[in-house]
Ligand binder design. Structure first.
Ligand code: ADP
Ligand code: MG
Length: 216
């Protein structure tokens, strides 16, 4: 069965006339598939991603996961994860504290939490960084912590909105390969939003292009 099924989703913002950011978009993502949504700034990528994860209410259309209609389900109940461009780490928490956050929310027992955090830090190449304040990390290390944090609660879908865009070009190219291996190792279904064709091609199984609120 198809993992994610987005049907005729439209997102509008108030204005005169209203802004149609996403114009009746349909797409599916298979379980375990990494899909890239590629398009220029302002074409509606973040709005579409928001409608999928539940932070942006669609004006019309529906979002299903394995046949279940999620359209009216609040963000926190969808079991979807999110990684943003600037990581949005908790600055007052250590590396381990950031990664364990979602597990604490799920009331995972401490021993299991520690084991899961250690496994994720190993996966993103940050073993030994557990007690570091996240404010001491480089941009690339911060994004790897953000990735580990979002994967910790085992989301059924991970949405990544320009996760490497704040990094410089050489680091971006290197991390793209790492992100792909990490996503494959986790087996997570993922949607990557980017304006960078190289990044889309090096991370995703499949690339769809977006322009002016529509898929090409
Ligand atoms: P992208 O992520 O591809 O850069 P966005 O989804 O952020 O595109 O934006 C698509 C369009 O919707 C743009 O014209 C943008 O100005 C507009 N838009 C995005 N967010 C809002 C908002 N909160 N209020 C009004 N207009 C918005
Ligand atoms: Mg955006």
């Amino acid at each position: 069965m198809t993992g994610l099924d987005v049907r005729d989703v439209t997102v509008t913002y108030p204005g005169r006339p209203p802004v149609v950011a996403v114009d009746s978009v349909s797409l599916t993502v298979e379980r375990g598939e990494i899909l890239a949504l590629l398009g220029p700034s302002g074409c509606g990528k973040s709005s579409l991603l928001g409608a999928i994860i539940g932070t942006v209410p669609p004006a019309s259309g529906a979002v299903h996961w394995e046949g279940e209609d999620l359209t009216a389900m609040p963000v926190h109940r969808r079991q979807f994860g999110m990684v943003f461009q600037d990581g949005q780490l908790f600055p007052h928490r250590t590396v381990a504290g950031n990664v364990s956050f979602g597990l604490e929310m799920q009331r995972t027992p401490a021993a299991e939490r520690e084991e899961r955090v250690a496994g994720l830090l190993e996966m993103v190449g940050l073993t030994g960084y557990e007690e570091r304040p996240v404010t001491d990390l480089s941009g690339g290390q911060r994004q790897r912590v953000a990735l580990a944090r979002s994967l910790a609660p085992r989301p059924r879908l991970l949405a990544l909105d320009e996760p490497l865009s704040s990094l410089d070009a050489s680091l971006r190219a290197r991390l793209a390969g790492e992100v792909k291996s990490i996503l494959l190792a986790a087996g997570t279904t993922a949607i990557l939003v980017t304006h960078d064709p190289d990044e889309a091609a090096s991370i995703a199984h499949r690339v769809v292009q977006m322009e002016d609120g529509r898929l090409l």
